[in-house]
Design a binder for this molecule. Structure first.
Ligand code: PAF
Length: 289
């Protein structure tokens, strides 16, 4: 597999993608913040698969940009893990044709940047409540990446369920003309959801972090056994997390599309949770049976 073509200048990327789109290529985009793991690998491979259609090879594209506008003032922007060389090798193995990794954040958000995308409704509550401004930063950078790339489709992981919902709402409301594809969570063999932030965990914290996926599995079992009261399911999950030493941000059972809390879990309701293991904030979710 050839190394993907690396672009550090968004304007050059826009010209390349525009030329490909205008000549009839199908473009599939995976926006990321880098430090790619198996969850990203599944997105990259799917982008490759979906870019190629009817025997014609399309363009499978990835972006690597640690977006400062989605980090709060007390969050981990400066220590966010980075590994461009490793990421390019991962993209190469997945068959990605080109990567945009801006050499300077100012190329994406200059000092006079003053336009923001605010998705109401689904951005509020959950991560939106504890990370004010986060989804405004996400929606703004994703719309900018859509405009720079003009992809036919873009792929995002379901681990960030609320983010995926926000991006779907934005793409529909602003008629982006991009199909937003959600991909299933990829887990470690013991159940921990893959995340770049897992790199922060000390071995005993890594063990404690299993409480996230285990409390979700227990909730799914309880719901399958007919225990459907959301408040009870949430309380049990919260107790399991706290027993493992986690500081719970939220545990909520919600409607999968509106993200509004439900009182009774029905098939398709989603339990979403966020918890701090030490100083590392992790999220996970599970669709209830
Ligand atoms: O999920 C991520 O990695 C980021 O939030 C995204 C979608 C690339 C926007 O910066």
């Amino acid at each position: 597999m050839p190394l993907p073509q690396l672009f550090t200048d968004p304007a050059a990327w826009q010209a390349r993608c525009g030329q490909a789109r205008d000549s009839g290529d199908r473009l599939a985009l995976v926006p990321t913040m880098g430090y790619l793991h198996d969850g990203h690998r599944s997105l990259l491979r799917e982008a490759r698969r979906r870019a190629d259609q009817g025997g014609r090879r399309g363009l499978a594209l990835a972006t690597i940009f640690v977006n400062p506008t989605q980090f709060g003032p007390t969050e981990d922007l400066s220590r966010y893990p980075r590994d461009l060389a490793g990421d390019l090798a991962t993209c190469e193995a997945a068959g990605i044709d080109a990567v945009l990794a801006p050499s300077d954040p100012a190329l994406m958000f200059g000092p006079v940047h003053q336009t923001w995308v605010e998705v109401e409704g689904v951005s509020q509550g959950l991560c939106g409540a504890s990370r004010p401004g986060h989804f405004r930063g996400v929606a703004t950078v994703v719309l900018k990446l859509f405009n720079l790339t003009r992809p036919h489709l873009a792929l995002f992981g379901e681990k960030d369920w609320q983010q995926l919902t926000v991006i779907r709402a934005m793409a529909a409301d602003l008629a982006c003309g991009v199909e937003v594809v959600g991909m299933p969570i990829v887990r470690e063999p013991d159940g921990l959801a893959r995340s770049s932030r897992n790199a922060y965990l000390e071995p005993e914290q890594r063990q404690a972090a299993l409480a996230l996926s285990r409390s979700l599995a227990e909730a799914a079992e309880a719901a399958a056994a007919g225990r459907r009261e959301a408040r009870a399911l949430q309380a049990t999950a919260r107790a399991r997390l706290e027993a493992a030493g986690a500081r719970v941000d939220y545990v909520e059972v919600v409607h999968p599309l509106t993200l509004r809390p439900v009182s009774e879990a029905v098939p398709g309701s989603v339990m979403l949770l966020a918890a701090f293991i030490g100083t590392t904030r992790l999220i996970d979710n599970r669709v209830l049976p």
